[in-house]
Design a protein around this ligand. Structure first.
Ligand SMILES: O=P(O)(O)OC[C@H]1O[C@](O)(CO)[C@@H](O)[C@@H]1O
Length: 931
């Protein structure tokens, strides 16, 4: 490309422009669903991993950008820079900050001279001087050691050094080497900045470093004069030579200022101010604070990325890729800003540093030849460390404008904190935010019904699912909370409560007869685990299931079986001998999956257990053994009594397992970050291989109780077949169907009152759900009303005198059931709840039915009259001649009125409440005492 041609006039630029229009139509979440694309957008160098898959760019974009780089001669320009050519055409000089950190033996030419020796001369001088100051061999005017340093400079003579200083302040090695010393930076001409920086400092122990490439910058020179005054006022004018040094390219002006030329640390015009942190600008003050050896490491790091940028092909070249993506975002996609978001407080001053480096360099409206650019160039950089930014400007990034973001995370914290009782370290907490935020931004807001709100695309990728499952807040005591720590605590408390055992006495099933297992089965159950058995159990576990808190899945265990098996067998041996799981191996995560669109309450999430592999292996082994034994215990055909251990022992085993489960710990994953642990007091974890077999054992326990009830004539089951086989219960896992005649006695055995009855149901509840008896019994209606009607009439002859021809829409099938109960001997509760409304009097018996308001029949009220009556079996209608005034509405039928409802209509709820109250009065414990 000829130097006068604008880059935007090239074919490559135009193609990118057209391509940008296509890419803009594609949502990032769709780009991210292409695994091949995403994986090829991850590059690693020297411990730095760049993942640019969340940029709105395709592989084609990258190819086209490379072509643009080619036409812009980017590679040649990089080479020119490293070779010291005058690429700064406006100032006609080299751009050689890479020489500032080049190794001592490197050769980098400028104006035909190798500049590297000059660089190292200054570095050696800095090392020597800083060691003298730090060791106390260079002292101030009054002979005191110089412990504190104030660096005075602005722009590039300030921001880079401040950034590095802030990053080192919390580094353990740097802390050690800086012990007892202070480094401050004075930049602003505002006298407040002066006051702040000299507060608490003693001029006698303070060294001032004036940093100015030109030594003419107004702010720096005024601040320099101010501090010179501060020193000479305190120590006299001659003290300046001992207390002030300079970093500059302008030795003349430094000397004029009164600083000893020997105490000037030079750099060169081929160093741009904003790139000068690796020159004496940064190295001198930082070496005074931390020692040269610490800062030398920083220089080596910078040199390493210089080498990378010089030699690495563009596909894997981190600085080139980032630079090209900036061009793409700004000039093609039209996103003017970039957020720099380090999830590290140590990088607090990184954004201000990059602000200057990038914006002062690229903030141009003209080409290199001075031609005005017809497109946007340069980006607006801003940023704050996460998580502070999240509570500040992220709102706009998430919902307001499209702003490309550079998230920066650090794998290892300089200052790790791991509080006891917390599931993760503080740094992991920070990193969970670091991982969650880019996903949330990239995928945008999606609906919770399985697709994106904007596109309806199904959620397929793991990242999409992560966002789908994201808990954005919860409703607690009627208040919506979003603050991460409060949301986590609320969720933790909610589930802790759910797994707390309510105070009630565990049901006992002593005395109930069960089938037995033989010695052989018993030996099988309690045998030591051998390698083959363990291997088979491991191979039965799904490889790709989500890992629990140990972070290991079965794919890993199978892959490295030959290495892992020894430890695993040792673990199982220990478990066998000690009968307890080693701490931590029985922890689990609860992951929350929304059940509804836009969940608010925690009941609207389904909790899925993610169990540690070690626990799963043990559970799998036990379940495989139980599987072999269970048919013996539950098969009716094998009822022959076998000598040996009682089946009840399996219940004991189940209890032991449950007890062990109660020693386990649970923490809930809230947006990938676990809450602190708690110990569950009840329930089995979903995903536990033992759970189905424990169901079976519990079912057997309930069957045993029903058998006992039948044998003691406490429960009247259904007789089928010619042999009159009586069926009382059928179960499938936690679904139970009781069969029996519709008698109050049967109902009481199954449910009864809360106080005495309901033990069968509650017993099962305890085993299956840990003691909650709020599982409702679904009383089954008889399907079609004809079927029900036939049953009642055939078996019980219908309800005497009640109109059963057709029920009205208002009346439920319960109404019919209740009608029957009314006439049973135990129907007194029902009688008290209903009364007759007399119409023509054709259905109500004058003496026997309680048709008066108090519900008491005339026969009961006036027994003597009844005894002498000639019309004892008469209906009211037949009595009318002798009972004038009773027949009030000849045209109407007699009807039942339900007292529980003010309108007289029947409601199941009111009948249930009445029955409940009535049953509570009776002592029904007798049934269970007998059982
Ligand atoms: O180091 P000096 O010459 O005082 O300049 C300070 C800063 O001022 C600038 O020229 C910007 O005004 C920067 O490039 C430079 O880093």
């Amino acid at each position: 490309m000829a130097s006068s041609t604008l880059i935007c006039d090239t074919q490559q630029w135009k193609e990118l422009k057209a391509h940008a229009e296509d890419v803009e139509k594609t949502h990032l979440r769709d780009l991210l669903s292409d695994d091949e694309r995403s994986q090829s957008m991850v590059v690693e160098f020297d411990g730095i991993l760049l993942d640019y898959s969340r940029q709105q760019a395709t592989l084609e974009t990258r190819e086209k950008l490379f072509k643009l780089a080619e036409v812009a001669s980017l590679k040649q320009k990089i080479n020119q820079m490293y070779n010291g050519e005058y690429i700064n055409s406006t100032e006609n000089r080299s751009v050689l900050h890479v020489a500032l950190r080049a190794p001592r033996d490197a050769v980098i030419q400028s104006d035909g001279n190798n500049v590297v020796p000059d660089v190292w001369n200054v570095l050696d001088k800095i090392q020597e001087f800083s060691e003298r100051v730090r060791s106390g061999s260079w002292v101030g005017a009054t002979g005191k050691e110089l412990k504190d340093v104030v660096a005075v400079g602005i722009g590039g003579s300030f921001l880079g050094p401040l950034f590095v200083h802030t990053a080192l302040q919390t580094d353990p090695e740097a802390i050690e080497s800086a012990r007892g010393r202070q480094l401050r930076f004075l930049a602003n001409v505002d006298p407040i900045d002066v006051a702040r920086n000299i507060t608490g400092l003693n001029p006698e122990t303070t060294l001032v470093v004036i940093v100015s490439k030109t030594f003419t910058t107004a702010e720096t020179m005024l601040n320099a004069r101010t501090l010179r005054e501060w020193i000479s006022n305190a120590l006299g004018p001659l003290a300046v030579a001992k207390h002030m040094v300079a970093v500059s390219t302008n030795l003349t002006l430094v000397e004029e200022f009164g600083i000893d030329p020997n105490n000037v640390f030079a750099f060169w015009d081929w160093v741009g101010g904003r790139y000068s942190v690796c020159s004496a600008v940064g190295v001198l003050p930082l070496s005074l604070q931390y020692g040269f050896s610490v800062i030398e490491k920083f220089l080596k790091g910078a040199s390493s990325i210089d080498q990378h940028m010089y030699s690495e092909p563009f596909e894997r070249n981190l600085p080139v890729l980032l630079g090209m993506l900036s061009v793409w975002n700004v000039s093609f996609l039209g996103y003017p800003a970039r957020a720099i978001l380090p999830y590290s407080q140590a990088l607090e001053k990184f954004a201000p540093h990059i602000q200057q480096v990038s914006m002062e360099s690229n903030g141009k409206g003209v080409s290199i030849d001075g031609v005005p650019l017809p497109f946007e160039a340069g980006e607006i950089d801003f940023g704050e460390p996460g998580t502070n930014g999240q509570h500040s400007f992220y709102q706009l990034i998430h919902q307001g404008r499209v702003i490309p973001c550079d998230f920066i995370g650090v794998v290892k914290s300089q200052q790790p904190v791991y509080l006891s009782g917390e599931v993760v370290s503080n740094h992991d907490e920070l990193m969970s935010n670091f991982f969650a935020q880019p996903d949330a931004l990239a995928y945008g807001k999606v609906s919770l019904c399985g697709g994106s709100w904007s596109t309806g695309v199904p959620l397929e990728s793991p990242q999409q699912r992560t966002l789908f499952n994201m808990v954005r807040g919860v409703l607690a005591d009627g208040c919506w909370i979003e603050e991460a720590s409060k949301v986590k605590e609320e969720i933790r408390q909610f589930f802790k409560r759910r797994f707390e055992e309510s105070e009630w006495e565990r049901p006992r099933i002593d005395g109930v007869r069960f089938q037995s297992i033989g010695q052989q089965d018993n030996d099988l159950l309690v045998a030591r685990f051998d390698e083959k058995e363990v291997r088979d159990a491991v191979w039965e576990c799904g490889s790709a299931k989500s890992p629990g808190p140990d972070g290991i899945n079965f794919k890993f265990i199978k892959e490295f079986w030959d290495v892992i098996k020894y430890d695993l067998l040792r673990f199982l041996d220990e478990f066998y001998v000690n009968e307890v799981y080693p701490k931590g191996s029985n922890a689990s995560f609860l992951a929350l999956i929304p059940k509804v669109l836009d969940p608010h309450s925690l009941n609207e999430y389904r909790s899925i257990s993610l169990i540690c592999c070690m626990y799963k292996i043990v559970a799998k082994l036990l379940s495989r053994r139980l599987k072999k034994v269970l048919p013996t215990m539950i098969d009716e055909c094998q009822t022959a009594f076998i000598e040996g251990r009682h089946m009840l022992h399996s219940v004991v085993i189940a209890n032991e397992v449950i007890e062990e489960a109660k020693r386990s710990s649970i923490s809930i994953l809230v947006n990938g970050s676990p809450t602190t642990e708690f110990t569950p007091q009840r329930v089995l974890r979903q995903g536990d291989p033992l759970a189905p077999f424990l169901f079976n054992i519990v079912v057997e326990g309930l069957v045993g109780l029903m058998r006992e009830a039948q044998e003691k004539n406490l429960f009247d089951g259904f007789k089928v077949d010619r042999n009159n086989v009586e069926i009382s219960i059928l179960q499938f896992a936690d679904d139970t169907v009781f069969f029996g005649s519709a008698s109050m006695a049967n109902v009481r055995v199954i449910k009864g009152s809360e106080k005495g009855g309901g033990r069968l149901v509650r017993l099962q509840c305890w085993f299956l759900w840990g003691g909650h008896s709020d599982q409702k019994i679904a009383w089954m209606n008889w399907g079609s009303e004809n079927c029900g009607h036939k049953c009642w009439t055939q078996k019980y002859g219908g309800w005497r005198n009640l109109d059963v021809t057709r029920r009205t829409n208002k009346e439920s099938l319960w109404w019919w059931d209740l009608s029957f109960i009314y006439n049973s001997t135990e129907g007194s509760w029902f009688k008290s709840g209903s009364k007759w409304k007399i119409g023509c009097g054709s259905k109500v018996m004058f003496w026997e039915d309680g048709w008066k308001d108090d519900g008491i029949s005339l026969m009961e009220k006036y027994p003597r009259l009844y005894n002498i009556s000639q019309q004892q079996n008469q209906y009211i209608q037949q009595m009318r001649t002798t009972s004038e005034g009773l027949i009030v509405q000849m045209q109407r039928q007699d009807v039942w009125r339900w007292k529980g409802d003010s309108g007289g209509g029947h409601a199941v709820g009111s009948a249930y409440r009445l029955l409940d109250r009535h049953s509570a009065d009776k002592n029904q414990d007798a049934v269970f005492t007998t059982l």
